[in-house]
Design a protein around this ligand. Structure first.
Ligand code: TMP
Ligand code: ASP
Length: 242
């Protein structure tokens, strides 16, 4: 029986459907790729499946390591069943190495290893182009309180330690990534969204000649070619390792 009976929400990369259990949803991963707040758009056959499979494996790994996430189980190759959560409208970015917007907005040179991980929190609002927030602005907007902010920051640091190790095992350097959190039906804060090459920067450590080889959405953002092949390579390395 098909339990997908109602589209709840359609985002740029995923569709959320109702599940027969009201505290669950079905998340379907689309083949669409967007960048720069959807100014740039394309479709890559197989992208949805790859991101769904990669995300599922990473969520399973995080759950095993006591990180609460919305992930419940894979439904099929391009959809997963997850806890229904109320998304907190924040995009939590953690950076280990300076790249991307950090280098456009500051004088830090691309590729600089940061002394300690940097957490940048943005407002999840496409109309405003996801502006960078400050702690005071988060307080002002009453999005979450200080205790919740500390909880989310602490969990993000723990996730970073786990993911750095996870990706290092498959010869990838975790440069930065973006997380989203939400409240489940019990009011607990859990990790939501996805963890895939769409929202992580991953550099290939197999290429040792000093140049940066991105195996992530930067291949699309920066017109580097080999986009779907890079995602396929990440999925293959994860499956070969697990
Ligand atoms: P940034 O350098 O463009 O701020 O991106 C930092 C990280 O966050 C990078 O891994 C890509 C990810 N990211 C998203 O997942 N969604 C977004 O909308 C943006 C801007 C970045
Ligand atoms: N997620 C954003 C978009 O879909 C931007 C990005 O990832 O670069 O447009």
């Amino acid at each position: 029986m098909n339990s997908k009976f109602g589209l709840i929400y359609e985002g740029k990369a995923k569709k959320i459907f109702a599940h027969k259990d009201s505290d669950k949803v079905i998340i379907e991963f689309k083949d669409d790729a967007t960048a720069f707040n959807a100014l740039k758009k394309a479709k890559f056959e197989g992208k949805g499946e790859l991101n769904c499979l990669i995300s599922s494996k990473i969520f399973e790994f995080l759950i095993k390591n006591n990180i609460p996430t919305h992930f419940l189980e894979l439904k099929n190759n391009n959809s997963m069943i997850a806890q229904k959560i109320k998304i907190i409208p924040l995009e939590v970015v953690l950076r280990n190495i300076a790249y991307g917007s950090l280098c456009k907005q500051t004088t830090i040179k691309p590729g600089s290893v940061l002394e300690r991980p940097l957490i940048d929190i943005y407002l999840k609002n496409d109309n405003l182009n996801d502006p960078l927030l400050t702690k005071d602005r988060i307080n002002l907007l009453k999005i979450i309180d200080n205790k919740e902010l500390e909880f989310i920051s602490g969990m993000t640091l723990r996730i970073n330690k786990l993911l750095k190790k996870f990706f290092f095992n498959i010869n990838l350097k975790l440069v930065d990534f973006k997380l989203e959190f939400g409240y489940n039906s019990k009011g607990e804060i859990v990790l939501g969204d996805e963890i895939s090459p769409d929202n992580c920067r991953l550099w290939d450590l197999n290429q040792s000649n000093g140049t940066i080889v991105s195996l992530d959405k930067d291949r699309f953002r920066n017109d580097l070619g080999g986009f779907i092949e890079a995602y396929g390579e990440i999925n293959k390395r994860i499956n070969d390792f697990i």
